[in-house]
Design a protein around this ligand. Structure first.
Ligand code: ADP
Length: 432
C-alpha cells in the first residue's frame, strides 16, 4: 500500500485512518500488506537501507526506514522534500510526491499487488504493476505542468492525451490513477455513483463514466478497538451503555465552560465540510438554546469566524484550533448531536465515530454520509446546503427520541471486517 499518510505514524485526515486500519483488517484474511509512506519529520523508525531511483535523469537516493505497528510493517521513504513542518500545502507538492512515487517504484518489485491511495501515489499505476487505485477525495487531483512532469519522470510525451494524463493542458495524476489502474475503488457506494455526475465529478465524471466497469464503492470502516467508548483512555468517564454518556455530556460542557446542550464539530475547516453554514446559522442555534464546540483548523476565514464567535458568545461557543486527539474523543462522546453539513463527503469517519459513541449526527445526505447515517434511525439527514437545512435537521432531531437514535448508532457495525473482505475480492479480481 502506497499513500501519503498512515495512522498512527502520520495523519492529516481520514486517509490516514484508512491506510492504518485496512492492513490490520486484511491480516486475518491472509493478506500481508506493507505500508509505504514518506518519512516525514518526527517519525521514529529504524533505518534499514537505501533506495536508488532516477529523477529528471539523475540518480537519487532515499533512506528506507522500517517500523512495525500492530503487526503491520511500515516502510518510510526518507526524502529531503518531506523534512518540513507540514505534509501538504506547498507550491511544489506535486513534485515532492512524484519523487516519492518514483522512489517507491524501486521497492514495488516483489509485491503481488500495489494498492495506491489518492493522487500522491497514483503515478505508480503507470508502470505495469497489478494495481488497485483508491480515490479518497476527488477534489485533490495533483495537477502539474506537463513540461516539468515529463522531464522529471522520463515518461513518454505520448501519454499526454485526453484518454491518459492530459487534463485541460496539464498533467492530472488522479486521472492517471483512474485510467491505468486495473481496479478503481472509492470510499463509499454513494460517492462512487456521485462522482460519475457533473455535480460531484470535479471535471473527471466523464473519465469515471468511461471507466465505470472497474469502479467499486467500498465503505470505510472504523478501528473499533481504538474508537471504543468503553475503553477510550481519553474519556474521563468511559461508558458501555448509552445512559453512561450523560456524564460525558455534563463533563464536556463543564470542561469547556459551555451551557448544555452542546453541539459538536470536529474536522478540517474547509469549504467541503460546509462549516460556513454552521457559522451563518449560529445566531439561530444559540437562540434555540444550543452551545457549540468546534475543534479543527483550516481556512483562515473559518478559523477567524469561529474565533470571533467564541469571543462574542462567552459560555456558548468554544473553538479550539489545531489537532487535539483527546478533545476530539471528548466531543464525539459528550455532544448532544454532531454536526456534519458537508457539501460533499466521500465517506466521512467523524459521523461513524459519533454514532459509535452514541451521539446522533445531523448530517447532509451526500456521499458516505447517506450510506452510513440511517435517517430517523441513527441520526438525521438533511438536504439543503444552507443554514436553514441544518436548522431543519436539528428541529427534526428534537422531534425524535435521541436516546433511541444513540442506542441504535452504538449497535451499528462500523468495523473493518466487511470492507476488508470487499477489498480482498477486488484484489482477487486483479491478481487471481
Ligand atoms: P477527512 O478525511 O475529510 O478529513 P473524515 O471524517 O473522513 O474527514 O476523517 C477525519 C478524521 O480526522 C477523524 O478521525 C477525525 O476525528 C480526525 N480529525 C479531524 N480534525 C481533527 C482535529 N482537529 N483534532 C483531532 N482529530 C481530528
Amino acid at each position: 500500500m502506497v499513500a501519503a499518510e498512515a495512522f498512527p505514524l502520520l495523519k492529516v485526515g481520514g486517509l490516514a485512518d484508512v491506510v492504518g486500519a485496512l492492513p490490520k483488517a486484511l491480516r486475518p484474511l491472509g493478506v500481508e500488506a506493507t505500508v509505504l509512506i514518506p518519512w516525514a519529520s518526527g517519525i521514529e523508525a529504524r533505518r534499514v537501507g537505501e533506495v536508488a531511483f532516477s529523477f529528471a535523469g539523475y540518480e537519487e537516493r532515499a533512506a528506507l526506514g522500517e517500523r512495525v505497528e500492530g503487526g503491520v510493517r511500515f516502510w518510510l521513504l526518507g526524502l529531503p522534500d518531506f523534512a518540513r513542518e507540514r505534509l501538504y500545502g506547498y507550491p511544489d507538492d506535486v513534485r515532492r510526491f512524484v519523487r516519492f512515487a518514483l522512489a517507491a517504484r524501486s521497492l514495488a518489485q516483489g509485491f503481488d499487488l500495489l494498492h495506491l491511495h489518492d493522487w500522491p501515489a497514483a503515478l505508480l499505476a503507470l508502470y505495469g504493476f497489478p494495481t488497485v487505485y483508491t480515490i479518497h477525495n476527488l477534489a485533490h487531483q495533483g495537477l502539474w505542468d506537463p513540461g516539468e512532469f515529463f522531464y522529471w519522470t522520463g515518461l513518454p510525451w505520448s501519454l499526454f492525451h485526453m484518454e491518459a494524463l492530459e487534463f485541460y493542458g496539464r498533467v492530472n495524476l488522479m486521472k492517471g490513477g483512474i485510467v491505468f489502474a486495473q481496479r478503481v475503488t472509492t470510499v463509499s457506494p454513494g460517492y462512487a455513483q456521485e462522482i460519475q455526475t457533473p455535480e460531484f465529478g470535479e471535471g473527471l465524471d466523464g473519465v469515471l463514466r468511461r471507466h465505470r466497469h472497474k469502479l467499486r464503492g467500498i465503505l470505510n470502516g472504523l478501528d473499533t478497538e481504538y474508537w471504543d467508548p468503553e475503553s477510550d483512555p481519553y474519556l474521563p468517564f468511559p461508558y458501555r451503555d448509552w445512559s453512561g454518556k450523560a456524564r460525558m455530556e455534563a463533563y464536556l460542557a463543564e470542561a469547556l465552560g459551555l451551557r448544555p446542550p452542546v453541539l459538536g464539530v470536529v474536522g478540517r475547516l474547509v469549504f467541503q465540510k460546509g462549516l460556513d453554514l454552521v457559522l451563518e446559522g449560529l445566531p439561530h442555534l444559540l437562540a434555540l438554546g444550543y452551545s457549540l464546540a468546534v475543534l479543527g483548523s483550516g481556512e483562515e476565514a473559518l478559523e477567524e469566524g469561529f474565533a470571533r464567535a467564541m469571543r462574542e458568545n462567552p459560555g456558548r461557543v468554544h473553538f479550539q484550533r489545531g489537532h487535539d486527539e483527546a478533545l476530539a474523543h471528548r466531543i464525539y462522546a459528550g455532544s448532544h448531536a454532531f454536526l456534519m453539513p458537508s457539501r460533499f463527503e466521500p465517506c466521512g469517519l467523524s459521523q461513524m465515530i459519533a454514532m459509535r459513541y452514541g451521539t446522533p449526527p445531523v448530517a447532509r445526505g451526500v456521499g458516505g454520509l447517506k450510506d452510513t447515517v440511517r435517517d430517523g434511525k441513527t441520526g438525521v439527514l438533511f438536504h439543503l446546503a444552507h443554514p436553514e437545512g441544518l436548522l431543519f435537521g436539528l428541529c427534526r432531531l428534537e422531534h425524535l427520541d435521541r436516546e433511541a437514535l444513540g442506542r441504535a448508532g452504538m449497535a451499528e457495525d462500523f468495523s473493518w471486517e466487511g470492507p476488508a473482505r470487499a477489498y480482498l475480492e477486488v484484489y482477487r479480481e486483479v491478481c487471481g
